[in-house]
Design a protein around this ligand. Structure first.
Ligand SMILES: Cc1ncc(COP(=O)(O)O)c(C=O)c1O
Length: 366
């Protein structure tokens, strides 16, 4: 190869492949591949987006002041300890670059969100992955990987793509077992869907010391994935470091306006949560009755286990033929599974019906 050469670490990265959104020859696609909200963007966010159209020549507020104020008000947090990002992906990347780097290690769990590995490797860190128990993060296995080189540990809770949740006492045990200088990143992208009474998205641990940060996003329950807005709530030292390195105008004008409006859409989160929990339950019930294993999930998606990679591939192809796009899981070392986002009631019904036909066709072929 001639021309400028990237750092060797960059070439170790397998580029993230997002959920597909188009199928050749299919007009009406049902996209259940990226855990986007079932109901689209909140009406108030759409109106706010339209309102700023005439101001698009203006740079956005580089400090996302109004957005941080609105987040602070909604979640009862100090806006000074909030940093907004171009999706939480941007913040994951900066945390790796700030605290990681050559000679350091970053810990994630085996089937954790892929961006941790991509961002950590980009930073030059060695990303080490702990085995899981029942597709759930295992505190002892993660703590066993801690070395003097460890700088950051990422835990998505609930986790994508498994849907599993680590109970609060276990999250606290993890923090207690980590050396104080290791940053614990609690990625709560799916926090709004969790119904368990003892769940804490991360605020408790962030407030308890200076070494834990919580990440949140507008891409899931708030239906604004296309706007790219995420945020971190952290101790002053982490907030200060993020503010030094983040893009100066990282959250664009329309995104800030839409996100502020989304936060005050009446009943939006509650309606989405109630729908997700009910529809996820129906999906699990129907597929289980077909003899297909569905892993328990606390997010707006379910990991569906077909037993073998070839059966999962066949099911995926069957769904695609019917215009339904779900997410293949080979990149997560789960090639025998498909991840299905919880869409509208109709979409859930269609995916269940299609899989029922798939199982029936398998039966006929046998
Ligand atoms: C666990 C987890 N963290 C972070 C993200 C990224 O979210 P954002 O759209 O805010 O970058 C996702 C998106 O799928 C996710 O599943």
């Amino acid at each position: 190869m001639s021309g400028p050469q990237p750092r060797a670490d960059v070439l170790k990265i397998a580029a993230y492949v997002g959920g597909e959104s188009k199928l050749p020859g299919v007009n009406r696609v049902i996209k259940l591949s990226s855990n986007e909200g079932a109901f689209g963007p909140p009406p108030s966010a759409q109106a706010a987006f339209a309102r700023v159209a005439a101001d698009l020549h203006r740079y956005p507020d580089g400090g996302s002041v109004e957005l941080r104020r609105a987040i602070g008000e909604k979640f009862g947090l100090d806006p000074a300890r909030i940093v907004c990002g171009t999706g939480s992906d941007e913040l994951i990347q900066h945390l790796c670059l700030i605290y990681g780097g050559p000679g350091t290690e970053i810990i994630a769990s085996r089937h954790g969100f892929l961006m941790y590995e991509i961002a950590g490797t980009y930073a030059g860190s060695r990303v080490v992955k702990a085995p899981e128990r029942n597709l759930t993060a295992d505190v002892d296995a993660m703590l066993a990987l801690v070395s003097p080189a460890t700088r950051v540990l990422f835990l998505a809770n609930p986790n994508n793509p498994t849907g599993s949740l680590l109970p609060q006492p276990e999250v606290e045990r993890l923090r207690q077992g980590l050396p104080p200088e290791v940053l614990l990143v609690l990625d709560a992208a799916y926090a709004e869907f969790v119904e368990r009474p003892d769940y804490d998205a991360g605020v408790k641990l962030v407030d308890a010391a200076d070494n834990t940060v919580m990440l949140r996003t507008f891409s899931k329950v708030f239906g604004l994935g296309g706007m790219r807005v995420g945020w971190a709530y952290g101790p002053p030292g982490v907030v200060d470091a993020l503010n030094r390195v983040r893009g100066v105008f990282n959250v664009n004008l329309a995104a800030q306006a839409a996100a502020v409006a989304a936060l005050s859409e009446p009943g939006w989160v509650e309606r989405n949560r109630a729908h997700t929990v009910a529809a996820r339950g129906r999906l699990a019930e129907r597929l289980t009755a077909l003899g297909i294993k569905v892993w328990p999930s606390e997010g707006n998606f379910s990991l569906v286990d077909f037993g073998t990679a070839s059966r999962a591939d066949a099911a995926n192809a069957w769904l695609k033929k019917r215009g339904i796009i779900v997410r293949a899981m080979a990149s997560y070392q789960l090639p025998h599974c498909l991840r299905i986002t919880i869409g509208t009631d109709d979409e859930v019904l269609l995916v269940c019906d299609a899989l029922a036909e798939f199982v029936a066709a398998e039966g006929r072929a046998a």
